[in-house]
Design a protein around this ligand. Structure first.
Ligand code: NFE
Ligand code: MG
Length: 483
């Protein structure tokens, strides 16, 4: 017997998402994810001064404004070719890194965590502990995480002046600076945050946790009582015991733009594309498709530099205000799992080999990044030299195009800008959640979340916790998706 449900809006994510799901005998036979609100940022941009990208695009989203700021900055950097002081590279890395940690922390404790308290898991041995820690608003760990996030916001204040919507990130550097006193303070607060991670989140030191480089070592680590009862340990136990390692596979193709520029021209994270084998990234292979999207155009797909954003309220076959990004005409998952797998991070590589993509693996990657980024953040702040420049001068003559590709918390973010007579002719944005929450294309190929849901057996369709966990494992942001 088949049954259809609509979840609208799907809660505890960012922005407005509708899910239409068809079940056949309690197995998801088809899923459609819809961005339900048109916003129009790309249309706002045309005719503006190119520098306005730094001010307007961060307003796309309240939780990843720094990411849009940096993507806009990088696109303008290509168009202006300024000298960027070393301090500015570290400041930008630190601002983006802080945003990523805040985002992952919020996701685990405020968005995803409450799902673990679902009564579907009440026979699990850690259930009572999880309920007392992770219940929305009142859980003890939720409260501790709110305080920990506050310390990250203080660091952000020191680095970026304000957040969201900092104006500190600029093609020629950063307009905020650190002096010896603010640098010392930022590092001190970060050390406090590390104490939270060690005492609540991990139950061990960051070093001990980073030494866990395989599934086998992870299982050994989970034997110790202090690890079993940390927030991470509780999640790992529940996930492995309830089969979250067997649901939510997705397309098994991954895209990462890499990033975090270093003074020698390298980046901390490599870019790449994985589809059965690792390949070098070439942004020329990116296209956006509109067959199932409420847009009108003479073409079904375009590269973002030639992208067109003509919204149309009614269209046969359309069900989302999001376009459908493709790489080499195929869907790709973006986010922590994609970027750590492409970077060859040992624990995630081992989980991909032993278990493969799943809710568990995807969450492990995001949670792994919390501590990996915290470690890097301390290093980046340490490298900032208050006696050196943070800003150089930039030319005001623009090249005709600029492309800014970065890794935001949720994955690869791209801004493509075309400039004519010193004004924006076209500004196209492809966000991480647009990749993951993509609707179908003209081939009918489902987006990554749609595909991850399809084939999932749901124990109780009245309480479809499997569906909720799969969707939230991607950490959707629909404000970004439909920009
Ligand atoms: Ni609105 Fe965003 C991030 C971007 S997701 S949160 O991370 O870009 O599409
Ligand atoms: Mg777009």
């Amino acid at each position: 017997m088949s049954k259809r449900i609509s979840i609208d809006p799907f809660n505890r994510i960012e922005g407005d998402l509708r899910l239409d799901i068809e079940f056949k005998e309690n197995v998801v036979s088809e899923a459609r994810s819809s961005g339900i609100m048109f916003r129009g940022f790309e249309r706002i941009m045309s005719g503006k001064s190119p520098m306005d990208g730094l001010v307007i695009t961060p307003r796309i989203c309240g939780i990843c404004s720094g990411s849009h700021s940096l993507a806009a900055c990088k696109a303008l950097t290509q168009a202006l070719d300024p000298d960027v002081p070393v301090n500015a590279l570290y400041m930008r890395n630190a601002i983006l890194g802080t945003e990523v940690i805040m985002s992952h922390l919020s996701h685990f404790y405020f968005l995803f965590g409450p799902d673990l308290t679902n009564e579907a898991f009440k026979s699990h041995s850690g259930h009572e502990q999880i309920v007392s820690r992770m219940t929305s608003m009142t859980g003890t760990s939720v409260r501790a995480a709110i305080k920990a996030r506050q310390s990250l916001l203080e660091i952000m204040g020191l680095l970026a002046g304000k957040w969201p919507n900092t104006l500190a990130i600029h093609p020629a550097g950063t307009t905020s600076t650190l002096n010896l006193s603010t640098k010392t303070r930022a590092m001190g607060i970060l050390q406090e945050f590390q104490v939270f991670l060690q005492n609540h989140f991990l139950g061990c030191s960051l070093e001990t946790w980073h030494d866990i480089v395989s599934l086998e070592r992870l299982e050994e680590w989970l034997q110790r009582p202090e690890h079993q009862s940390s927030d991470l340990g509780l999640f790992l136990r529940l996930a492995l015991e309830t089969g979250l390692d067997r649901i939510g596979r997705g397309p098994n193709r991954y895209l990462s733009f890499g990033g975090y520029d270093l003074p020698d021209g390298r980046t901390w994270l490599p870019s790449g594309y994985y589809s059965g084998r690792m390949q070098a990234l070439d942004q020329e292979h990116i296209t956006e498709h509109i067959a199932a999207s409420y847009f009108r155009d003479a073409f079904e797909s375009r590269h973002p530099l030639n992208g067109v954003t003509n919204p149309i309220g009614e269209k046969t076959g359309a069900y989302s205000w999001a376009k459908a990004p493709r790489y080499q005409k195929e869907t790709a998952e973006v986010g922590p799992l994609a970027r750590l797998f492409i970077a060859g991070e040992p624990l995630i590589t081992s989980l991909m080999q032993e278990i493969g993509p799943s809710v568990f693996t995807r969450m492990c990657a995001r949670l792994r990044e919390i501590s990996l980024f915290t470690e890097q953040l301390l290093g980046w702040i340490q490298q900032i030299d208050p006696n050196q420049a943070f800003y150089s001068s930039a030319s005001s003559r623009y090249a005709s195009t600029g492309i800014g590709l970065i890794e935001a918390a949720r994955g690869g973010l791209g801004h493509w800008i075309s400039i004519s007579s010193n004004l924006i002719q076209n500004y196209q944005i492809v966000t991480p959640s647009a990749w993951n929450l993509s609707p179908r294309d003209e081939q009918g190929a489902p987006g990554p979340v749609e595909e991850a849901l399809t084939g999932t057996a749901v124990e109780d369709p009245e309480n479809p916790v499997e569906v909720n966990l799969i969707i939230r494992s991607f950490d959707p942001c629909m404000s970004c998706t439909v920009h």
